[in-house]
Design a protein around this ligand. Structure first.
Ligand SMILES: NC(=O)c1ccc[n+]([C@@H]2O[C@H](COP(=O)([O-])OP(=O)(O)OC[C@H]3O[C@@H](n4cnc5c(N)ncnc54)[C@H](OP(=O)(O)O)[C@@H]3O)[C@@H](O)[C@H]2O)c1
Length: 317
């Protein structure tokens, strides 16, 4: 059984869900169906992943056949950076709902604290961005609050928010963000952010928990450590008879976060789901926590081109 984390209203999110970034059209539908068959109930989606239609078809088939009920599923999606202007938020959410063939999302997240011009899918130059003055995060957030008021999403949250950005939003929001989805794995424990989330009842979701080995080449750096080959992680795996991937996922679940590994490979889907019920002991957890070195596999440097208002300092503080 996958443990769950509780929201203030009693709703429960499964602590392990399926990531879908880079799961290509043509393979993502089969992965979602296989995941459902294995017992996954939580799916992490986003408009910018370009695969919500195929995921929607797989979900509709599963619900239509009676294999699973909508209310047993936890579906998250995310608002892309080019729909931050207040009149663009609801149409973007409605498009995601149409693509996923759903009446509501369980959770809708602001994907990045970054705004792009509406016509720009991925920024290539500084002029492709809207500055924080042109598209204030508070206005985008207010539109997410309206979407939640309208019942289009049951919970709202953010992603890639540093402690400083999260605190700012907590100080001003009418409805507090309920989730912050950020990169986290033992090399990037983000303990300060986790403490802040705990203090305010914000659920912390860890993305790229395996180090995102299939991230695009332009996001890879020569000196990135191969996370799943770290000797400490391999040794803990050998001791428990589990794989390095399972050690990483169990670490995330045991420290009380949600984790969303991506796979399109049936054996790995099964392996990853099983990790949610692995219990690591205090000694294992301490050895993994000692690996923390603030290493991001996805450092957001792609937003920081010359002249961009979104510097690394703005993002991570
Ligand atoms: N909010 C954000 O900005 C943000 C950013 C990044 C990611 N995310 C979310 O987090 C999810 C996970 O992150 P991610 O996709 O970057 O990377 P990840 O889950 O850390 O790694 C995925 C890679 O690991 C492989 N893999 C999966 N299970 C494995 C296992 N048991 N053993 C060995 N290899 C395994 C997958 O291969 P196969 O698929 O070939 O099996 C794939 O190449 C995303 O898919 C997305 O939903 C969100």
């Amino acid at each position: 059984m996958v443990p769950t984390l509780k929201f203030a209203n009693g709703d429960q999110i499964p602590a392990l869900g399926l990531g879908t970034w880079k799961s290509d059209p043509g393979e993502v539908g089969a992965a979602v169906k296989e995941a459902l068959r294995l017992g996954y109930r939580h799916f992490d989606c986003a408009a910018v992943y370009g695969n919500e239609k195929e995921i929607g078809t797989a979900l509709a088939e599963a619900i239509g056949s009676g294999a699973v009920k909508r209310e047993e599923l936890w579906i998250t999606s995310k608002l892309w950076n080019n729909a931050h202007l207040k009149d663009d938020v609801l149409p973007a959410l409605r498009q995601t709902l149409a693509d996923l063939q759903l009446d509501y999302l369980d959770l809708y997240l602001m994907h990045w604290p970054i705004a792009q011009r509406p016509e720009v899918s991925f920024p290539e130059k500084a002029a492709d961005f809207l500055s924080p003055d042109e598209a204030p995060l508070a206005e985008t957030w207010a539109a997410l609050e309206e979407a939640a008021d309208a019942g289009l999403c049951h919970h709202i949250g953010v992603s890639n928010f540093s402690p400083r950005r999260l605190q700012q939003l907590l100080d001003t929001a009418r409805r507090a963000p309920e989730v912050n989805q950020v990169e986290s794995q033992p090399l990037l424990a983000q303990n300060d952010l986790l403490d802040l989330c705990r203090k305010h009842g914000v659920i912390f979701t860890a993305y790229s928990p395996l180090g995102s080995p299939d991230r695009p080449a332009r996001l890879q750096r020569g000196n990135d450590p191969p996370l799943m080959k770290a000797p400490v992680i391999e040794a803990i795996g050998r001791k428990h008879g589990i794989t390095p991937a399972q050690v990483l996922l169990a670490w995330a679940v045991c420290r009380g976060t949600v984790v969303i590994p991506k796979s399109v490979t049936p054996a790995r889907l099964q392996e990853n789901l099983a990790a949610a019920s692995v219990e690591l002991n205090t000694e294992d957890m301490a050895a993994l926590s000692a690996l923390d070195q603030d290493h991001r596999f996805l450092d957001g440097a792609f937003w920081g081109m010359d002249g961009s208002p979104y510097t690394m300092e703005y993002l991570w503080g």
